[in-house]
Every structure is written in structure tokens, then in C-alpha cells.
Design a protein around this ligand. Structure first.
Ligand code: ADP
Ligand code: MG
Length: 320
């Protein structure tokens, strides 16, 4: 199992940002309304995620570190209609196999602390009760030299963490979220409505230079916050896509957005926009890659046409 976990780790956890993402999504799945993330040394030294969710009993905490021990699939039917973020039961065992892993959690007033060092034995001890779960991932990839070597500079890993955190914040306005980098607060988002969260995440400049556009297209609901063409960008990182509440980075969606802007934007610029798509879960497959950032649509043409139509309608309202 140790080797299997390390192989899975290569899939699920490719860098500190992806480990952080898995932990935050677990917190959200556990009903947390507040998540605090503390990063040290660009996540290479330490990734801590502290939540106020349901927590786990000692037995569940131990089970959570066994491969495919997800609590989130009750039937095979669930596999087709996945509401929660996690559904593979791979993240925790994978992360714990390539780090020094510590978890404090509690359920029914009984606290527990779990430690795993580099995928070794799982050590479970009683601990003070607490609200929710706190997980610390220390020295990521300490025992997998190839992965360790593959990590980029602190600056690059830290910016991946910041981008990932912003995406998760955008997708989860109902969760208060804070990110600390080396003990300095980088983001502090209150629990807020969708509109306020978009503004907080994208910044005031975007809020002042965008229009909101909603359309329905072939049964899909599309709502978008579209940056004005004068508020364009030189890189492609300011386009955000949410599909059924999940952040997606997908070439087809990016291409569709750019196609919508085509007539008003220089070819070497990228729009700044948040596009939120609600689609029948039966028409979309999110289970393409363990990192879960890509999707496969049953009808990509329909999705593309919907996004283009939405952007065109928005641009018209901007007066272009
Ligand atoms: P998955 O999320 O795919 O189920 P994970 O390996 O990410 O798999 O987590 C394994 C299990 O551990 C989850 O199904 C959940 O029951 C439990 N778990 C993980 N993180 C938390 C948390 N922050 N709070 C409560 N339970 C958690
Ligand atoms: Mg998970």
C-alpha cells in the first residue's frame, strides 16, 4: 500500500498547492464555515488547514488514512452525481505517504491526534476535544526525491498557492477563508454572498470595470462577470470558470470565452472574467483527472455556444 499511496500521490498531489486544495475541499465537504490556511516556506515546509467542520471520531480519523476510505460515496449511483468535491478517498493517504502528517480532530467531545511520518505507521492518540479538524503537512515530498526535485522556486509554488486559494474562495462564498503566508495574512474573506465574494477575490478594479450577464442556454444557466475590453490582461490567469460550483481550468472554456470577446479584444490579450455555469450533472463528467480541474461535457458545442452568447450579450450591454 505504501507504494500505491506514493504513486497515487504523484497523481493527486503534484505540488504544495494541490495538497492545500485537497485539504480545503475536505474542510468544505465537512461543512466548515470557516477555514484558515497557514503556509510556511511556499508550502514546502508546512501546509496547515484548520476548519470548524464536523470533525471525525478516532475510528474515522484512522480510516481516513486508508486508501479508498472515502465517506462520500454511498452507492455507485453517487459516482454519477457527485455533489461533494472529494470522492476517491485518495488525498489523505497520498499526502500522508509523502510528508510528515499531523491531524487533530474530534467528534462527540472526544479529541484525537493522528501522526504519520512519510507513509509509515499511523499513530493515533487521544487529544483535547476541539471544534473541527486541523491538518498539518510538513516537509512535503521528503521521501520522494524525484518529486522534491521537481518542485519549483518558492516564488512559483507560492503563486500557485495564491491562485488556487483565490479559486477556492471564489467557488465558496459561504465559507469564511483566510490565507497566511509565513505568518502574514494574504487574504481574509468574510462569509459573504456570491457578488461580494467575486468582488473581494477579483478586486475593486474588476468590480468597477465589468458587467454582470446572465443567460439561459439549452437548459444551462450561465452567469458571468465580464471585464470590459479595456480591462484586458496579458496573461490567461484572470479567467475563472465555475462548473456546478467547482473551479475548472479547461482549454475549451477558455477558447469559448475568447471567442465571445473576439471582435472587441486584441488577439494577444486575454479577457478578465468569472464565468459560472450550472449544467445538468448528467451532461458533464468531472471525473477526468484526479486533480479534478478538467471536465468533459456531453455536448461541448452547446457549452461553447452558450458561453459565446453570454459574452456577446454582455458586450452589447457594455455599448460596443
Ligand atoms: P475523499 O475526500 O475523496 O473522501 P480524502 O482522502 O480527501 O478522500 O479524505 C478521506 C476521508 O476523510 C473523507 O471522506 C472524510 O470522511 C474524512 N475527512 C478528511 N478531511 C476531513 C475534514 N477536514 N473534516 C472531516 N472529515 C474529513
Ligand atoms: Mg478529499
Amino acid at each position: 500500500p505504501q507504494v500505491a499511496n506514493q504513486i497515487a500521490a504523484g497523481e493527486v498531489v503534484e505540488r504544495p498547492a494541490s495538497a492545500m486544495k485537497e485539504l480545503i475541499e475536505n474542510s468544505i465537504d465537512a461543512g466548515a464555515t470557516r477555514v484558515v490556511v497557514r503556509i510556511a516556506g511556499a508550502g514546502k515546509k508546512r501546509i496547515e488547514v484548520d476548519d470548524n467542520g464536523y470533525g471525525m471520531s478516532a475510528a474515522d480519523a484512522e480510516l481516513s488514512l486508508q486508501r479508498h476510505a472515502t465517506s462520500k460515496i454511498a452507492s455507485s449511483e453517487d459516482l454519477h452525481r457527485i455533489a461533494s468535491h472529494g470522492f476517491r478517498g485518495e488525498a489523505l493517504p497520498s499526502i500522508a505517504s509523502v510528508s510528515r502528517f499531523r491531524m487533530q480532530t474530534a467528534s462527540d467531545g472526544e479529541g484525537v491526534e493522528v501522526r504519520v511520518d512519510g507513509g509509515g505507521e499511523t499513530v493515533v492518540k487521544p487529544a483535547a476535544p476541539r471544534k473541527g479538524t486541523r491538518i498539518e503537512v510538513l516537509d512535503l515530498f521528503l521521501n520522494t526525491p524525484a518529486r522534491l526535485h521537481f518542485m519549483r522556486t518558492d516564488k512559483t509554488e507560492e503563486s500557485a498557492i495564491v491562485d488556487t486559494f483565490r479559486e477556492l474562495a471564489l467557488a465558496n462564498p459561504g465559507v469564511a477563508m483566510r490565507l497566511e503566508l509565513d505568518a502574514r495574512t494574504r487574504f481574509e474573506f468574510a462569509l459573504q454572498d456570491e457578488q461580494a465574494r467575486v468582488q473581494a477575490v477579483m478586486g475593486q478594479g474588476f468590480a468597477d470595470n465589468s458587467v454582470e450577464q446572465r443567460i439561459e442556454h439549452e437548459g444551462m444557466q450561465i452567469s458571468a462577470w465580464l471585464g470590459l475590453p479595456t480591462f484586458h490582461h496579458r496573461d490567461s490567469t484572470r479567467m475563472m470558470f465555475l462548473v456546478n460550483g467547482r473551479v475548472i481550468r479547461d482549454k475549451q472554456l477558455i477558447a469559448a470565452l475568447r471567442a465571445g470577446y473576439r471582435d472587441v479584444m486584441f488577439h494577444d490579450r486575454y479577457p478578465v472574467a468569472v464565468v459560472r455555469l450550472e449544467i445538468d450533472p448528467a451532461d458533464v463528467d468531472v471525473n477526468v483527472h484526479p486533480a479534478k480541474r478538467e471536465v468533459r461535457f456531453k455536448s461541448p458545442q452547446t457549452v461553447r455556444a452558450g458561453i459565446v452568447a453570454c459574452v456577446r450579450a454582455g458586450i452589447e450591454r457594455m455599448g460596443h
